[in-house]
Structure formats: C-alpha cells, structure tokens
Design a protein. Structure first.
Length: 296
C-alpha cells in the first residue's frame, strides 16, 4: 500500500512502470494506520502463542539438562533427585528427545513457518529477539529461586546449553548481536557460578556481571552451594566487598530489581521493503469470486 500510495518517499526503488501505477486521487494513509494496528495485534498474538509453546521447555533445556557427563559430582545434601526431574519427564519414552533438542526444534518450527509465509527478515529477527528475552528471563528467575542449581559445575552445564542457542541464531542468519544480547543476564549468571570468588576477584566479578543487577549478583553468591569437599562456600567478606563495589554503579529503578520481567515486550517496527512483484504479473484466481476486478 505504501509502495503504490504516490508518496515520493516510497517510490525510490520503483520502476518507471510501477510509478505510473501509483494512486493519484486517493489518500490511503488512514487505512495504512488501521493495517499497522492489525499487524501489531497479530505480532503480539504470535509472541504470546510462541511463549506459551516454549515455556515448559525452558527450565529443563537451559538449567537442568546435563549434556556433559562427569562434571556434576554429587549434589548438595537435601537436593538429590530434584534437579533434572522435569528434564526426565520431558524426555518422551517415544521420541527420547533431549530437552535442549526439543526447545531448539520448537524454535526451528516457528522459524520455518515465518520464512514460508514470507515474513520480512527484520520482523523474524524481532520475533526471536523477544522470545530469547523470554528464555533468559524465565531461566534466570528460576535460577534465583533454586539453591541446588547454584554451584560451579551447574554453571558450566548452563553455559554449554546456552551455546546451542547462540549457534542456532548464527545458522538461521538472524540479527545475531541483538538477539544474543538478550541472553546476557543468564550467560553472566553462569559465568558468575564458575568464576573465582576470592577478595582479589571483586572488581573483575562486578565488571563481568554488567547485565545483572546488584540484587541478582548478591542473591546468586548467597545461594552458591559447593557440591563437594574441594569447593569452599563464598566468604561473607567477599559478598560484602562485592556489594560495596556495586554501590559505585549509577543507581536506577532497574538496578533495584531481583527478578526479570517476563512480560516485558520490545517495541516492534515493521520495515518498508518494496515488493519486486509487478502488478501486471498478478493473476487473480477465479476461486476468489471477484468478477468486478478486470485486468487492464
């Protein structure tokens, strides 16, 4: 509608024939706004449906799945049997599909549908930026509430699981930087679990966790629970020095939050991509029953 509206701004990539076919006596700007509102409504419905599909897969795939054997060791006393319980339930006895594979398959299915229907690449990237934010928020919020997941080996497993999703965005030629930036909070949480926690490491830990709020950093440090006798608990003195160092950050409302807002939505933008299809090449199927339209 923009391409043939007659507005000079939308005619730059038109052929001379296409410019001849532009409207001259009609102003469709009001209809463009109506269609834009409908497009936003459809986009929001798509995101809601997408998030509902992936929600039960997130924790088993990102937090609980242990793809690398032999590094978990024994679980902290009182926590045995709980971790990976959902992951075992998710693995269907029929397909025996791993949780991470199941989530990646769900992402791939949606990507195929969007591509098949010719959705603009910029919009597809926006869809997955929103969904990856949801993956991050859901997994980080769960991590902050589950003490048995806060230890070195689990941080290693989580980081490995996340690498599959980073690789997936590259394979699909999505807007890699924008999408992967939404994963930074959970990536940095995994790094925090693996990092050294001596008083000499206070500055590096705070710098490494730039996408986490002070409350989130201190919560993870307080939840940290060694899984074997070779690890030590995080010293209280270290946590206090981290808290003091984090006070140097600019104070804002966002810095005072513990849990991420899983309902946050990025603004959506629909780019103008002119169609390469010429009007004279379009054939209207008889099944549409539009006899009033005649091809000139």
């Amino acid at each position: 509608m923009k391409q043939y509206s007659g507005d000079k701004a939308f005619q730059k990539k038109n052929t001379s024939k296409q410019n001849e076919q532009c409207l001259r006596n009609f102003d469709l700007s009001e209809y463009r706004q109506v269609l834009s509102d409908i497009a936003v409504w459809i986009y929001q419905g798509l995101i809601k449906n997408f998030e509902e599909k992936v929600q039960p897969l997130i924790v088993p795939a990102i937090l609980e799945h242990e793809e690398i054997p032999g590094i978990s060791g024994s679980k902290p006393s009182g926590f045995r049997g709980r971790t990976s319980s959902l992951a075992r339930e998710l693995e269907s006895p029929v397909t025996n599909q791993k949780p991470t594979t199941a989530l990646l398959q769900e992402l791939t299915n949606h990507h195929k549908i969007l591509t098949f229907y010719g959705v603009d690449p910029e919009v597809i990237s926006q869809v997955f930026k929103q969904v990856f934010y949801f993956l991050c928020a859901s997994s980080l919020n769960n991590l902050l509430l589950r003490k048995e997941l806060c230890h070195w080996s689990k941080g290693f497993q989580i980081r490995h699981n996340l690498s599959h999703f980073e690789m997936w965005t590259r394979e699909k030629n999505l807007d890699e930087a924008a999408i992967q930036s939404t994963l930074q909070p959970i990536i940095q949480a995994a790094h925090l679990l693996q990092a050294r926690k001596t008083e000499e490491d206070v500055a590096s830990v705070c710098e490494m966790c730039s996408a986490l709020t002070p409350l989130q950093i201190c919560k993870i440090l307080n939840l940290y629970t060694p899984v074997d006798e070779f690890e030590q608990r995080v010293p209280v003195s270290f946590i206090r020095k981290v808290q003091a160092k984090l006070q140097e950050r600019p104070q804002s409302q966002e810095q005072q939050t513990l849990l991420m807002d899983v309902k946050y939505n990025f603004p959506v933008r629909f780019p103008f991509n002119p169609s390469i299809i010429c009007l004279e090449d379009i054939e209207i199927p008889d099944s549409l029953k539009l006899p009033m339209l005649e091809k000139l």
